[in-house]
Design a protein around this ligand. Structure first.
Ligand code: KIV
Length: 283
């Protein structure tokens, strides 16, 4: 009887932890993600940056929410992700956790928060984990970042890697363009992926990498790859929420697919509201 009850609880995502709040729903865990991957499921991830969106997304069947440092572009209006600070990530990460208590949430480590020393990386990732209540951090970079990723994972901090087009290195890469087209670059990307996996990462984002190469990398690894602009051969896909929802009506990216025209819906709603106020129809 007891065993059956426990089996039911585990099947609902219960991870053995004692919940402290009466209404806390079963929370998706790293084990759930790993089990899904081993069962051959294609993993889905989408970015999320605020409380209201998190509330809407929680329970929609998404495997992981990413509090990406792309919030520098989508929420703060910067051209690159470089101005995003650790405090920005903590503030947004904690808001997403409040909105989506059941979700598996990954928070990006922003520019230069993991590069200066292992000690700083540990301190900064520790703050993100403690102050946001998220489940993992994401660190950009391949072989050069592997020793840092090893220190974080040894310290019990789950890490998602990120290779290919790494937006924090946009100036060094010389722009947003497909990665791994030449033989040398392809070999380097494969070595990056293996180094990040061997350092203990549980998953790797592969951004804007030539399709055949991203499939080859995926087939060589025993952890899931999450692609963006890297074709269908990855273990999962990630998209920026604003692109999926059409929140920027004028932005059209080749690797994104719009599932709604929320930007236009918002504009129409606000036009109607303004008109109603002007004409006395509201209140
Ligand atoms: O910051 C972000 O949104 C990302 C995704 C594009 C993978 O890193």
């Amino acid at each position: 009887m007891m065993a059956a009850a426990l089996q039911w609880l585990f099947s609902r995502g219960y991870n053995g932890a004692v919940e402290t709040e009466a209404h806390t729903p079963a929370r998706r865990t790293l084990r759930d993600i790993q089990t899904h991957y081993r069962q051959g499921a294609i993993l889905s991830m989408v970015t999320c940056y605020d409380f209201a969106s998190a509330q809407l997304l929680d329970g929609c069947g998404i495997d992981m929410l990413l509090v990406g440092d792309s919030l520098g572009n989508t929420m703060l209006g910067f051209e690159t992700t470089l101005p995003v600070t650790l405090e920005d990530m903590i503030r947004h990460g904690a808001a997403v956790r409040r909105g989506a208590p059941g979700a598996f949430i990954v928070v990006d480590m922003p520019y230069m928060t993991c590069q200066i020393s292992h000690e700083e990386a540990l301190r900064n990732a520790g703050r993100v984990m403690q102050e946001t209540g998220c489940d993992a951090v994401k660190v950009e970079g391949g072989q050069a970042m592997a020793p840092t990723i090893r220190r974080l994972t040894d310290a019990g901090c789950p890490v998602m890697g990120h290779i290919g087009l790494t937006p924090q290195s946009i100036h060094a890469l010389g722009g947003y363009r497909l990665q791994g087209k030449e033989d040398e670059a392809a070999k380097r990307l494969m070595a990056d992926a293996v180094a990040v996996q061997d350092a203990g990462a549980f998953s790797i984002v592969i951004e804007l990498v030539e399709q055949r190469l991203s499939r080859e990398i995926t087939e060589s690894l025993s952890i899931p790859t999450i692609g963006i602009g890297s074709g269908p051969g990855c273990s999962g896909q990630v998209q920026v929420l604003h692109d999926v929802l059409g929140l920027f009506p004028d932005r059209h990216l080749r690797h994104a697919r719009r599932y709604a025209e929320v930007g236009e819906t918002i504009r129409n709603a606000i036009r109607s509201y303004a008109e109603d106020v002007r004409t006395g129809r509201f209140p």
